[in-house]
Design a protein around this ligand. Structure first.
Ligand code: BGP
Length: 470
């Protein structure tokens, strides 16, 4: 079993994490800038300076056999305060960068929103404010008309990461914790924003395809023999995955999804969310028209029954075992014996990727094509000595095991058409800074020099043969 000749292999990036140049060419501020400044943990500038170094990174992609890339457009480069008059310098920049992709034989998969809401709109209520949804739709329509060179569009990257980390774990700005009402309202509003953009894309008759990217965390009961653990897994799955899968891939919330959501809200004495019936028609229409779904997969969760108050501690340093996740009315995350953890406390479980793909095929029959839009391993790494190649065998092992699950899924008739490694080159991590590196290419953030890692050479072999090398 091999990957087909037209399979997309690429590196994934995101504008705010890669570009740097946050104040250049009249770019507007995004929600992270004041938030990171208040935290004082790390500076989003210069990132890996993709804004200036994209020709080199695209050439490296080409030289290492990649035929595609995930990139996002920074909304605040086009509309510095989220709406109004477009900023020509930003528009020109993306045209030039997309042309450079083509020059290198790289197909760009372009995300409209990758965690970087303009600060002005964040201040105005972010995804909880319906007016911001309209501004997002206007921005998307502008991009569809302007960037006709793009064939693959993605509405939103990981809506779950936005909603849950903004209002449940507090690791994304505004940093609010345990507000499940706001979390679920934002989840529904993100589904609606996505749906309106898909429907607009189709109404406008834009050539090309449109999809959405979900972070899926496969949730298992810690002890499959315990009813309490089984139920805790369903509740966590509702918070992380189900509301989005149902909303974007089926266009309707299942009865069980709604019941579990309301159970969480009731257990936290928080009000139910508002869902207007006409919005459900929009969700349905979008699900029927969606061309593909992207799956970002890194880890699984193992849930235990828990009846205490919420308590979460984020491991943002890579100190193994420093995280805690106990959510009132949901459950507690545990680590079963035999499951390897990353330094950031993410349980490694390649089969979780297969299980998610299989679940989408079984439960969401409207879905057409699938892509793995992010998968990879964060490691603490040092610059290789002169003339040496950084040995990231652990990353190779991780990617190999996950790609084997992708091949298994394809073999079982699941239509996966591409795989993007997170990340193309080293950049910063939203909640962990610069010391969690994922790239195929090591970046010296002082000099911005790139150094291909062992994984880049290994990955090249797959792109040449379609087979998984040892
Ligand atoms: C996804 C994001 C990426 C990237 C990745 C790695 O959630 O879409 O932007 O950051 O996760 O996560 P982290 O940086 O938290 O290790």
């Amino acid at each position: 079993m091999k990957f087909s000749i037209d399979f997309y292999f690429g590196g994934a990036t995101a504008a705010f994490q890669a570009e740097g140049a946050v104040k250049e060419d009249n770019k507007g501020q995004v929600l992270w800038e004041p938030f990171l400044e208040r935290q004082g943990r790390f500076d989003p500038e210069p990132a890996c300076d993709f804004y200036h170094r994209y020709p080199e990174d695209l050439k490296l992609s080409h030289d290492f056999g990649l035929n595609s890339i995930r990139i996002s457009i920074a909304w605040a480069r086009i509309f510095p305060i989220g709406a109004g008059k477009p900023e020509q310098a930003g528009v020109d920049y993306y045209h030039q960068m997309f042309a450079e992709c083509r020059k290198n034989g790289i197909e760009p998969f372009v995300t409209l929103h990758h965690f970087d809401t303009p600060e002005t709109l964040h201040q105005a209520g972010d995804w909880l404010n319906p007016d911001n949804i309209e501004k997002y739709v206007a921005y998307a329509k502008f991009c569809f008309q302007e960037f006709s060179e793009i064939n693959y569009w993605i509405t939103i990257n990981e809506p779950t990461s936005m909603a849950v980390q903004q209002y449940t774990t507090g690791t994304f700005p505004p940093g609010e914790k345990y507000n499940f009402h706001k979390t679920f309202q934002a989840e529904h509003n993100l589904n609606l924003a996505h749906a309106r953009v898909v429907n607009a894309f189709k109404e406008m008759g834009i050539a090309g395809q449109i999809g959405v990217v979900h972070a899926l965390q496969t949730v298992y009961p810690f002890d499959p023999a315990k009813d309490g653990d089984i139920h805790a897994a369903k509740l966590q799955d509702t918070l992380d995955n189900r509301v989005f899968l149902d909303g974007t891939l089926a266009g309707e919330y299942g009865t069980e999804t709604l019941a579990l959501m309301n159970e969480i809200l009731a257990a936290n004495q928080q009000a139910e969310i508002t869902i207007n019936p006409s919005e459900m028609d929009e969700l349905k229409q979008a699900a029927q028209q969606l061309d593909f779904v992207g799956v970002n997969y890194y880890f699984s969760k193992y849930m235990k029954e828990y009846h205490g108050i919420s308590e979460t501690v984020h491991n943002g340093t890579g100190q193994k075992g420093s995280s805690i996740s106990r959510l009132q009315g949901i459950g507690e995350s545990g680590v079963p014996d035999g499951i390897e953890m990353t330094d950031w406390d993410w349980p490694i479980n390649p089969q979780g990727l297969y299980d998610q793909l299989e679940r989408i095929k079984t439960n969401y029959p409207l879905v057409k094509d699938l892509y793995i839009t992010e998968n990879g391993l964060g490691l603490k790494e040092e610059k290789p000595a002169a003339g040496k190649i950084l040995d990231d065998q652990k990353r190779i092992d991780y990617i190999r095991l996950h790609l084997a699950e992708v091949l298994r899924a394809i073999n079982d008739g699941i239509n996966v058409k591409g795989y993007f490694v997170w990340s193309l080159q080293d950049m910063f991590s939203w909640t962990n800074g610069y010391n969690k590196r994922y790239g195929l290419f090591f970046v010296d953030f002082e000099t911005q020099q790139r150094y291909p890692k062992k994984s880049a050479h290994w990955f090249k072999k797959i792109t040449e043969t379609g087979e998984l090398p040892e």
